[in-house]
Design a protein around this ligand. Structure first.
Ligand SMILES: [Zn+2]
Length: 559
């Protein structure tokens, strides 16, 4: 006997055997049982999820001589005849292979003839949306007044392409994708029957790739089985389906994060040359980012900042959504990734990195606001403005951020409060409630990557692992303050530091405390990024006058 494809061999033979379409099969079985079968059905939904299979099973159930619970008995002569596939009263038409005019005309001419053997003559028209206008019109006439012994079962993947005059004459069922766990269960059953050794992980991957289509999933298992001789490994799965391995996907993501452009492009070249499926690769990348985000929220651990994962996956999915992939897929993917890396590395952050370093090294004493030390601060402030002005590429907004940031750190030390910190920490989790918020989502995700270092009565210091993370926050400060105000019902000034800067600041605070040097609170005048027109030139005078506004004229000495 010739080889029978697995999906044919394991096709359900009764409605009760059908997997993942419980509601549809229950309604149909009840209709058969209660003799309330309609004369026209419309089954719609994605391909490979059982529409035609159920149509055939319904055709059998309505004609069974001894139905049980509205399902075929599989023993009577009608069931046996239908199972043979040669019963002339069950007529299948594939509208996709021709326009159907002749077939529908034939239906019309024979519609009044009684069935040869069965109780009902059943017409199953697959991909009905492909019929020509003429065929639709002919079909409409027959649907308007069908004889008692006729049942039409129409199936389509594109319900919106079927004229509403046809749809309205049918009882409609919308079929849903089959859940992955149900597909895995069915595949496990088949593997057991066929003595196929396979890891459950592989079956889960098959289910994922088949996107809710059981027929495709079984077809994939069949192909893998033929390739690997009944012993299927994950490598086989990846090879046969042109999939980039999980480890390689992770390495690729890591290279994108660390901006290893050479590695990124080389890798895309390699997988392209090896004939890997780039569309599946992009889908896998989105899946990988999602997995990592979930781990972040559930287990509170993640290799990358959450914002990076969200931004990257959203860029990749936009690419998938907005392109038909008809143009060179690889080029599109390369351009998207390069542009992503570019947008994640510039926005003037490199320049700020440099100037932050200058400021950090020259301005360590800014936080020590004792009267005795005010002279030294004056000197330092002068240095700050000179340094800022010598750095041509530094924008006014950024320089203001740096000055203000330091002042908030000072104020936070001046008004640090243990109880305030406790209250603050107890509500920190509420950030998660805003993770999907359209206005504050990105801000909530960003800020929850940081650590609470110190809390004053009206200020907070948050630290981050990387300098790039701090830099990104400069333009989110206003949003962050608004968000914290929503959660805590009060205003907090926010200072952003790297973990190392925080460590240094804390050591300084402790040493000052030991030396009885006190911190004094100085009101911060709001000069956040975004408040000022970015086109303004950074001139000596402007920065000095801003510094005067910030610290008061008596604290600034001008040459
Ligand atoms: Zn039967």
């Amino acid at each position: 006997m010739s080889y029978q494809a697995l999906y044919r061999k394991y096709r359900p033979s009764t409605l009760a055997d059908v997997m993942g379409q419980d509601i549809v099969t229950k309604i149909l079985k009840n209709a058969v049982q209660n003799n309330k079968v309609c004369h026209a059905y419309m089954f719609s939904g994605p391909r490979g999820i059982g529409k035609t299979t159920i149509a055939k099973l319904l055709a059998k159930a309505v004609n069974c001589l001894d139905p049980h619970d509205g399902d075929a008995c599989e023993k009577c002569e009608n069931c046996i005849s239908i199972n043979s596939g040669f019963n002339s009263d069950i007529i299948e038409i594939d509208a996709a292979s021709n326009n159907g005019v002749d077939e529908i005309r034939e239906i019309k001419s024979k519609i009044n003839l009684v069935p040869n053997q069965l109780k009902y003559k059943v017409y199953i028209i697959d991909e009905v949306h492909m019929l020509s206008i003429g065929a639709f019109n002919a079909l409409l006439k027959t649907l308007e007044e069908p004889p008692e012994h006729i049942i039409f079962i129409l199936a389509t993947t594109d319900l919106h392409k079927v004229p509403s005059t046809i749809v309205s004459r049918c009882q409609c069922f919308e079929f849903h994708r089959i859940q992955n766990k149900d597909i895995v269960k069915r595949l496990e059953f088949i593997c057991q029957k066929e003595n196929i050794t396979v890891d459950k992980k592989v079956l889960e991957k098959i289910a994922q790739l088949s996107d809710g289509g059981l027929r495709d999933a079984i077809g994939m298992l069949d192909k893998l089985n033929a390739y690997s001789n009944s012993n299927i490994s994950l490598e086989d799965f990846e090879k046969v389906n042109g999939i980039v391995s999980y480890d390689e996907q992770k390495q690729f993501l890591n290279d994108v994060y660390h901006k290893n452009i050479i590695n990124v492009l080389q890798f895309l070249d390699d997988i392209y040359d090896k004939g890997k499926d780039l569309i599946i690769f992009t889908q896998n990348l989105i899946e990988l980012c999602k997995e990592m985000c979930v781990t972040y929220y559930v287990e509170k651990k993640c290799d990358y900042p959450i914002q990076f994962l969200l931004d990257f996956s959203s860029n990749v999915s936009n690419l998938v959504r907005n392109t038909s992939f008809s143009f060179n897929t690889k080029t599109l993917l390369e351009i998207m990734i390069l542009s992503f890396i570019n947008s994640h590395s510039t926005d003037s952050t490199e320049n700020i990195d440099e100037s932050t370093k200058i400021l950090t090294s020259t301005d360590k004493k800014l936080e020590k606001k004792t009267e005795k030390e005010s002279t030294s601060i004056n000197k330092d402030d002068k240095i700050i403005s000179q340094e800022i002005n010598s750095e041509k590429n530094l924008t006014l907004d950024d320089s203001k951020f740096i000055i203000e940031n330091k002042q908030i750190v000072n104020n936070c030390f001046a008004r640090a409060d243990k109880n305030e910190k406790k209250v603050f920490e107890s509500k920190w989790n509420q950030l998660n409630d805003y993770a999907l918020d359209s206005e504050y989502g990105a801000t909530a995700c960003y800020i929850s990557d940081g650590k609470i270092c110190a809390v004053g009565t009206g200020e907070i210091i948050i630290s981050f692992d990387y300098e790039s993370m701090v830099n990104r926050g400069i333009h989110l400060i206003n949003k962050m303050e608004q968000l914290l105000e929503k959660i805590y019902n009060k205003h907090y000034d926010i200072a952003l530091l790297t973990n190392d800067e925080w460590k240094q600041a804390r050591e300084e605070f402790i040493s000052n405390k030991n030396n009885n040097i006190k911190y004094e609170y100085i009101p911060v005048q709001k000069v956040h990024a975004g408040y000022i027109d970015k086109k303004k030139d950074v001139s000596n005078n402007t920065v000095t006058s801003e510094a005067i506004e910030l610290f008061g004229a008596d604290m600034i000495t001008i040459n």
